[in-house]
Design a protein around this ligand. Structure first.
Ligand code: SAH
Length: 351
Protein backbone atom coordinates (compact mmCIF):
# COMPACT_ATOMS: atom_id res chain seq x y z
CA UNK A 1 0.00 0.00 0.00
CA UNK A 2 1.10 3.51 -0.76
CA UNK A 3 2.66 5.30 2.20
CA UNK A 4 0.32 7.87 3.80
CA UNK A 5 1.26 11.53 3.93
CA UNK A 6 2.92 12.23 7.29
CA UNK A 7 0.37 14.87 8.22
CA UNK A 8 -2.51 12.50 7.41
CA UNK A 9 -1.31 9.96 9.98
CA UNK A 10 -2.79 9.16 13.38
CA UNK A 11 -0.37 9.10 16.29
CA UNK A 12 -0.36 5.30 16.52
CA UNK A 13 0.51 5.09 12.82
CA UNK A 14 3.42 7.47 13.34
CA UNK A 15 4.60 5.37 16.28
CA UNK A 16 4.63 2.28 14.07
CA UNK A 17 6.43 4.15 11.32
CA UNK A 18 9.14 5.55 13.59
CA UNK A 19 9.67 2.24 15.38
CA UNK A 20 10.08 0.60 11.97
CA UNK A 21 12.76 3.19 11.22
CA UNK A 22 14.61 2.20 14.40
CA UNK A 23 13.66 5.39 16.26
CA UNK A 24 12.47 5.51 19.87
CA UNK A 25 8.72 5.85 20.46
CA UNK A 26 8.94 9.34 21.99
CA UNK A 27 10.09 10.71 18.64
CA UNK A 28 6.67 9.85 17.20
CA UNK A 29 5.07 12.01 19.90
CA UNK A 30 7.35 14.90 18.94
CA UNK A 31 6.65 14.52 15.25
CA UNK A 32 2.89 14.27 15.84
CA UNK A 33 2.93 17.41 17.99
CA UNK A 34 4.82 19.36 15.32
CA UNK A 35 2.52 18.19 12.57
CA UNK A 36 -0.88 18.32 14.19
CA UNK A 37 -0.59 20.91 16.95
CA UNK A 38 1.76 23.34 15.27
CA UNK A 39 1.21 22.67 11.60
CA UNK A 40 4.98 22.59 11.06
CA UNK A 41 6.90 21.25 8.10
CA UNK A 42 9.59 18.62 8.65
CA UNK A 43 12.41 21.22 8.31
CA UNK A 44 10.90 23.15 11.20
CA UNK A 45 11.09 20.20 13.64
CA UNK A 46 14.23 21.53 15.26
CA UNK A 47 14.35 19.15 18.21
CA UNK A 48 14.77 16.20 15.86
CA UNK A 49 18.24 15.03 14.80
CA UNK A 50 19.10 16.21 11.29
CA UNK A 51 19.41 12.67 9.84
CA UNK A 52 15.88 11.87 11.01
CA UNK A 53 14.57 15.13 9.56
CA UNK A 54 16.20 14.21 6.26
CA UNK A 55 14.54 10.80 6.24
CA UNK A 56 11.13 12.19 7.18
CA UNK A 57 11.58 15.00 4.66
CA UNK A 58 11.75 12.44 1.88
CA UNK A 59 8.36 10.99 2.80
CA UNK A 60 4.97 12.02 1.38
CA UNK A 61 3.63 15.19 2.99
CA UNK A 62 0.49 17.20 2.14
CA UNK A 63 1.70 20.64 1.09
CA UNK A 64 -0.78 23.46 0.78
CA UNK A 65 0.13 27.06 0.02
CA UNK A 66 -2.05 30.13 0.17
CA UNK A 67 -2.30 31.14 -3.49
CA UNK A 68 -4.31 34.30 -2.85
CA UNK A 69 -6.66 35.92 -0.39
CA UNK A 70 -9.57 38.29 -0.85
CA UNK A 71 -10.81 40.35 2.08
CA UNK A 72 -14.41 41.53 2.13
CA UNK A 73 -14.78 45.26 2.66
CA UNK A 74 -18.26 44.61 4.02
CA UNK A 75 -17.56 42.26 6.90
CA UNK A 76 -13.88 41.27 6.96
CA UNK A 77 -14.56 37.77 5.64
CA UNK A 78 -11.42 36.37 4.05
CA UNK A 79 -11.70 34.07 1.07
CA UNK A 80 -8.62 31.94 0.46
CA UNK A 81 -7.50 30.08 -2.60
CA UNK A 82 -5.13 27.26 -1.74
CA UNK A 83 -2.64 25.82 -4.16
CA UNK A 84 -2.11 22.08 -3.84
CA UNK A 85 1.06 20.25 -4.75
CA UNK A 86 -0.38 18.97 -8.04
CA UNK A 87 -1.36 22.47 -9.14
CA UNK A 88 -5.05 22.21 -8.26
CA UNK A 89 -6.75 25.12 -6.52
CA UNK A 90 -9.35 24.83 -3.76
CA UNK A 91 -11.22 27.41 -1.74
CA UNK A 92 -11.62 28.16 1.92
CA UNK A 93 -13.25 31.03 3.82
CA UNK A 94 -12.67 32.57 7.23
CA UNK A 95 -15.66 34.37 8.73
CA UNK A 96 -15.63 36.34 11.97
CA UNK A 97 -18.51 36.09 14.36
CA UNK A 98 -18.96 37.29 17.93
CA UNK A 99 -18.16 33.84 19.30
CA UNK A 100 -15.07 33.22 17.20
CA UNK A 101 -13.89 32.58 13.68
CA UNK A 102 -15.45 29.95 11.49
CA UNK A 103 -13.44 28.48 8.68
CA UNK A 104 -15.23 26.87 5.75
CA UNK A 105 -13.13 24.21 4.07
CA UNK A 106 -13.38 22.17 0.90
CA UNK A 107 -13.27 18.39 0.94
CA UNK A 108 -12.79 17.68 -2.78
CA UNK A 109 -11.39 19.42 -5.83
CA UNK A 110 -14.61 19.87 -7.79
CA UNK A 111 -17.65 17.74 -7.08
CA UNK A 112 -19.64 15.09 -8.90
CA UNK A 113 -23.03 15.71 -7.31
CA UNK A 114 -24.25 17.98 -10.09
CA UNK A 115 -26.52 20.36 -8.11
CA UNK A 116 -28.10 22.79 -10.59
CA UNK A 117 -27.29 25.93 -8.60
CA UNK A 118 -23.71 25.18 -7.56
CA UNK A 119 -20.49 26.35 -9.22
CA UNK A 120 -18.26 23.67 -7.62
CA UNK A 121 -19.72 20.92 -9.70
CA UNK A 122 -19.50 22.57 -13.12
CA UNK A 123 -16.39 20.63 -14.09
CA UNK A 124 -17.18 17.46 -12.17
CA UNK A 125 -14.97 15.79 -9.59
CA UNK A 126 -11.23 16.24 -10.06
CA UNK A 127 -10.08 14.40 -6.94
CA UNK A 128 -10.53 13.87 -3.23
CA UNK A 129 -8.57 15.93 -0.74
CA UNK A 130 -6.53 13.98 1.78
CA UNK A 131 -6.91 14.43 5.53
CA UNK A 132 -3.44 16.00 5.57
CA UNK A 133 -4.45 18.56 2.96
CA UNK A 134 -7.53 19.54 4.96
CA UNK A 135 -5.38 19.85 8.10
CA UNK A 136 -2.80 21.87 6.17
CA UNK A 137 -5.48 24.34 5.00
CA UNK A 138 -6.60 24.91 8.59
CA UNK A 139 -3.01 25.38 9.75
CA UNK A 140 -2.26 27.74 6.86
CA UNK A 141 -5.16 29.98 7.89
CA UNK A 142 -4.29 29.64 11.58
CA UNK A 143 -0.79 30.93 10.78
CA UNK A 144 -1.98 33.62 8.39
CA UNK A 145 -2.51 36.46 10.81
CA UNK A 146 -2.90 37.51 14.39
CA UNK A 147 -4.75 35.37 16.88
CA UNK A 148 -7.51 37.41 18.56
CA UNK A 149 -6.79 38.21 22.21
CA UNK A 150 -8.02 35.69 24.69
CA UNK A 151 -9.22 33.02 22.31
CA UNK A 152 -5.76 31.61 21.71
CA UNK A 153 -6.95 30.40 18.33
CA UNK A 154 -7.62 31.97 14.98
CA UNK A 155 -9.78 29.12 13.68
CA UNK A 156 -12.28 28.28 16.43
CA UNK A 157 -15.05 26.66 14.40
CA UNK A 158 -15.18 24.69 11.23
CA UNK A 159 -17.78 23.99 8.57
CA UNK A 160 -17.17 21.45 5.81
CA UNK A 161 -19.16 23.41 3.26
CA UNK A 162 -16.63 24.37 0.65
CA UNK A 163 -16.35 22.59 -2.66
CA UNK A 164 -16.98 18.87 -2.67
CA UNK A 165 -19.29 16.41 -0.99
CA UNK A 166 -17.81 15.33 2.36
CA UNK A 167 -19.62 12.00 2.50
CA UNK A 168 -18.37 11.20 -1.02
CA UNK A 169 -14.84 11.41 0.44
CA UNK A 170 -15.83 9.65 3.62
CA UNK A 171 -12.62 8.01 4.83
CA UNK A 172 -10.45 11.09 4.38
CA UNK A 173 -13.08 13.35 5.96
CA UNK A 174 -13.49 11.13 9.03
CA UNK A 175 -9.72 10.84 9.37
CA UNK A 176 -9.49 14.63 9.21
CA UNK A 177 -12.24 15.01 11.83
CA UNK A 178 -10.44 12.57 14.14
CA UNK A 179 -7.13 14.38 13.66
CA UNK A 180 -8.43 17.91 14.18
CA UNK A 181 -10.36 16.94 17.31
CA UNK A 182 -7.52 14.96 18.87
CA UNK A 183 -6.58 16.41 22.26
CA UNK A 184 -2.90 15.89 21.52
CA UNK A 185 -3.24 17.67 18.19
CA UNK A 186 -5.24 20.72 17.15
CA UNK A 187 -7.81 19.84 19.82
CA UNK A 188 -10.90 21.42 18.29
CA UNK A 189 -14.14 20.33 19.92
CA UNK A 190 -16.41 18.16 17.75
CA UNK A 191 -19.19 20.50 18.87
CA UNK A 192 -17.56 23.34 16.96
CA UNK A 193 -17.70 21.47 13.66
CA UNK A 194 -20.48 21.09 11.08
CA UNK A 195 -20.47 18.77 8.11
CA UNK A 196 -22.82 19.50 5.23
CA UNK A 197 -24.06 16.79 2.89
CA UNK A 198 -26.32 16.77 -0.13
CA UNK A 199 -27.85 13.61 1.36
CA UNK A 200 -25.68 10.54 0.78
CA UNK A 201 -27.89 8.53 3.11
CA UNK A 202 -25.79 5.38 2.87
CA UNK A 203 -23.05 7.07 4.94
CA UNK A 204 -25.15 8.81 7.58
CA UNK A 205 -25.22 5.86 9.99
CA UNK A 206 -21.43 5.50 9.77
CA UNK A 207 -21.14 9.23 10.35
CA UNK A 208 -23.27 9.02 13.50
CA UNK A 209 -20.86 6.40 14.87
CA UNK A 210 -17.65 8.08 13.73
CA UNK A 211 -18.46 11.70 14.62
CA UNK A 212 -21.37 11.69 17.07
CA UNK A 213 -20.88 15.25 18.32
CA UNK A 214 -20.35 16.89 14.95
CA UNK A 215 -23.36 18.83 13.63
CA UNK A 216 -24.90 17.36 10.51
CA UNK A 217 -26.34 19.78 7.96
CA UNK A 218 -28.38 18.38 5.13
CA UNK A 219 -28.84 20.32 1.92
CA UNK A 220 -32.52 19.70 1.36
CA UNK A 221 -33.47 22.65 -0.86
CA UNK A 222 -36.88 21.19 -1.76
CA UNK A 223 -40.02 19.81 -0.11
CA UNK A 224 -40.64 16.90 -2.51
CA UNK A 225 -39.00 14.54 -5.00
CA UNK A 226 -40.27 16.38 -8.07
CA UNK A 227 -38.57 19.65 -7.23
CA UNK A 228 -35.55 18.07 -5.58
CA UNK A 229 -34.74 15.72 -8.45
CA UNK A 230 -34.85 18.68 -10.83
CA UNK A 231 -32.20 20.65 -8.96
CA UNK A 232 -30.25 17.87 -7.21
CA UNK A 233 -29.46 14.73 -9.24
CA UNK A 234 -28.50 12.89 -6.02
CA UNK A 235 -32.22 12.77 -5.28
CA UNK A 236 -32.66 10.15 -7.97
CA UNK A 237 -30.51 7.86 -5.83
CA UNK A 238 -31.75 8.82 -2.36
CA UNK A 239 -35.33 10.04 -2.29
CA UNK A 240 -36.43 12.78 0.05
CA UNK A 241 -38.18 10.30 2.39
CA UNK A 242 -34.86 8.47 2.85
CA UNK A 243 -33.02 11.74 3.45
CA UNK A 244 -35.52 12.81 6.09
CA UNK A 245 -35.48 9.45 7.79
CA UNK A 246 -31.65 9.51 7.94
CA UNK A 247 -31.89 13.00 9.44
CA UNK A 248 -34.32 11.69 12.05
CA UNK A 249 -31.95 8.87 12.99
CA UNK A 250 -29.13 11.38 13.39
CA UNK A 251 -31.27 13.62 15.63
CA UNK A 252 -32.62 10.73 17.72
CA UNK A 253 -29.35 8.86 18.19
CA UNK A 254 -27.05 11.83 18.79
CA UNK A 255 -29.58 14.03 20.59
CA UNK A 256 -28.36 16.88 18.40
CA UNK A 257 -30.47 19.12 16.25
CA UNK A 258 -30.15 18.37 12.57
CA UNK A 259 -29.83 21.38 10.28
CA UNK A 260 -31.60 21.51 6.93
CA UNK A 261 -30.17 23.92 4.41
CA UNK A 262 -32.67 25.39 2.01
CA UNK A 263 -31.50 27.77 -0.71
CA UNK A 264 -34.46 29.82 -1.85
CA UNK A 265 -34.77 29.78 -5.64
CA UNK A 266 -37.36 32.12 -7.14
CA UNK A 267 -40.39 30.31 -8.48
CA UNK A 268 -38.85 26.88 -7.88
CA UNK A 269 -38.95 26.05 -4.17
CA UNK A 270 -40.14 29.25 -2.50
CA UNK A 271 -43.92 29.03 -2.90
CA UNK A 272 -46.53 28.85 -0.15
CA UNK A 273 -47.25 25.24 -1.09
CA UNK A 274 -43.56 24.38 -0.79
CA UNK A 275 -43.42 25.90 2.71
CA UNK A 276 -46.53 23.98 3.72
CA UNK A 277 -45.25 20.66 2.40
CA UNK A 278 -41.83 21.19 3.96
CA UNK A 279 -43.36 21.98 7.35
CA UNK A 280 -45.47 18.82 7.27
CA UNK A 281 -42.46 16.65 6.41
CA UNK A 282 -40.19 18.17 9.08
CA UNK A 283 -42.77 18.37 11.81
CA UNK A 284 -41.72 16.54 14.98
CA UNK A 285 -38.03 16.33 14.03
CA UNK A 286 -35.48 18.04 16.27
CA UNK A 287 -34.31 20.31 13.47
CA UNK A 288 -33.66 23.82 12.24
CA UNK A 289 -34.05 25.19 8.74
CA UNK A 290 -31.30 27.45 7.51
CA UNK A 291 -32.70 29.52 4.66
CA UNK A 292 -29.92 30.57 2.33
CA UNK A 293 -30.24 33.44 -0.11
CA UNK A 294 -29.20 31.75 -3.38
CA UNK A 295 -25.94 33.18 -4.63
CA UNK A 296 -26.31 33.76 -8.29
CA UNK A 297 -23.85 31.72 -10.29
CA UNK A 298 -23.11 33.25 -13.66
CA UNK A 299 -23.22 29.90 -15.46
CA UNK A 300 -26.59 28.94 -13.96
CA UNK A 301 -30.01 30.20 -14.99
CA UNK A 302 -31.56 30.11 -11.51
CA UNK A 303 -32.08 33.22 -9.43
CA UNK A 304 -32.62 33.67 -5.73
CA UNK A 305 -35.79 34.81 -4.01
CA UNK A 306 -35.83 38.42 -2.89
CA UNK A 307 -34.92 39.26 0.72
CA UNK A 308 -38.52 40.23 1.41
CA UNK A 309 -39.84 36.99 0.04
CA UNK A 310 -37.30 35.01 2.08
CA UNK A 311 -38.79 36.62 5.19
CA UNK A 312 -42.29 35.69 4.07
CA UNK A 313 -41.18 32.09 3.47
CA UNK A 314 -39.56 31.97 6.90
CA UNK A 315 -42.82 33.25 8.40
CA UNK A 316 -44.75 30.39 6.77
CA UNK A 317 -42.40 27.86 8.41
CA UNK A 318 -42.39 29.56 11.81
CA UNK A 319 -46.18 29.68 11.85
CA UNK A 320 -46.20 25.91 11.47
CA UNK A 321 -43.79 25.42 14.36
CA UNK A 322 -40.65 24.84 12.26
CA UNK A 323 -37.57 26.61 13.61
CA UNK A 324 -36.01 28.66 10.79
CA UNK A 325 -33.63 31.56 10.21
CA UNK A 326 -32.23 33.30 7.17
CA UNK A 327 -28.49 32.84 6.91
CA UNK A 328 -26.55 36.06 7.10
CA UNK A 329 -24.73 36.69 3.86
CA UNK A 330 -20.99 36.92 4.39
CA UNK A 331 -18.44 38.08 1.88
CA UNK A 332 -20.95 38.68 -0.89
CA UNK A 333 -18.52 41.10 -2.52
CA UNK A 334 -15.81 38.42 -2.84
CA UNK A 335 -17.68 35.60 -4.58
CA UNK A 336 -18.91 33.90 -1.42
CA UNK A 337 -20.64 30.92 -3.01
CA UNK A 338 -19.12 27.53 -3.57
CA UNK A 339 -16.66 27.33 -6.39
CA UNK A 340 -17.25 30.85 -7.64
CA UNK A 341 -13.94 32.38 -6.67
CA UNK A 342 -11.89 29.53 -8.02
CA UNK A 343 -13.71 29.74 -11.33
CA UNK A 344 -13.17 33.46 -11.56
CA UNK A 345 -9.46 33.12 -10.89
CA UNK A 346 -9.04 30.25 -13.33
CA UNK A 347 -11.04 32.04 -16.02
CA UNK A 348 -9.02 35.22 -15.49
CA UNK A 349 -5.80 33.23 -15.81
CA UNK A 350 -7.06 31.74 -19.03
CA UNK A 351 -8.03 35.12 -20.49
N1 SAH B 1 -21.72 19.02 -0.85
C1 SAH B 1 -22.15 19.51 0.42
C2 SAH B 1 -21.35 20.67 0.96
C3 SAH B 1 -20.90 21.75 0.03
S1 SAH B 1 -22.02 22.99 -0.48
C4 SAH B 1 -23.63 19.84 0.37
O1 SAH B 1 -24.22 19.74 -0.67
O2 SAH B 1 -24.20 20.14 1.41
C5 SAH B 1 -22.49 23.91 0.93
C6 SAH B 1 -23.90 24.48 0.81
O3 SAH B 1 -23.94 25.54 -0.16
C7 SAH B 1 -24.92 23.44 0.37
O4 SAH B 1 -26.08 23.58 1.11
C8 SAH B 1 -25.14 23.83 -1.07
O5 SAH B 1 -26.35 23.32 -1.55
C9 SAH B 1 -25.07 25.34 -0.99
N2 SAH B 1 -24.88 26.04 -2.26
C10 SAH B 1 -24.24 25.65 -3.36
N3 SAH B 1 -24.32 26.58 -4.33
C11 SAH B 1 -25.03 27.60 -3.82
C12 SAH B 1 -25.45 28.86 -4.32
N4 SAH B 1 -25.19 29.24 -5.56
N5 SAH B 1 -26.17 29.64 -3.50
C13 SAH B 1 -26.46 29.26 -2.24
N6 SAH B 1 -26.09 28.11 -1.71
C14 SAH B 1 -25.38 27.27 -2.49
Amino acid sequence: MEQKQLNSMYKDELIKLLLSMGEPKFRAGQVYMWLQKKGATVEEMLNLPKPLRDRLGAMPFAMVRIHSRYVSKLDGTIKYLFLLEDGNLVEGVLMSYKYGNTMCISTQVGCRMGCAFCASTLEGLVRNLTAGEMMAMVHAVEQDGPIPDGSGRRVTNLVLMGSGEPLDNYDNVVRFLKLITDEEGFNMSQRNISVSTCGLCNRVDDFIKDAPHVTLSISLHAPNDNIRSDIMPVNRRFKIAEVISAAKRYANITGRRVIFEYALIAGVNDTYDAAKELSLKLSGINCHVNLIPLNRVKERALSGSTKDHAKVFMGWLLKRGISATIRREMGSDIDGACGQLKRRVILEQED
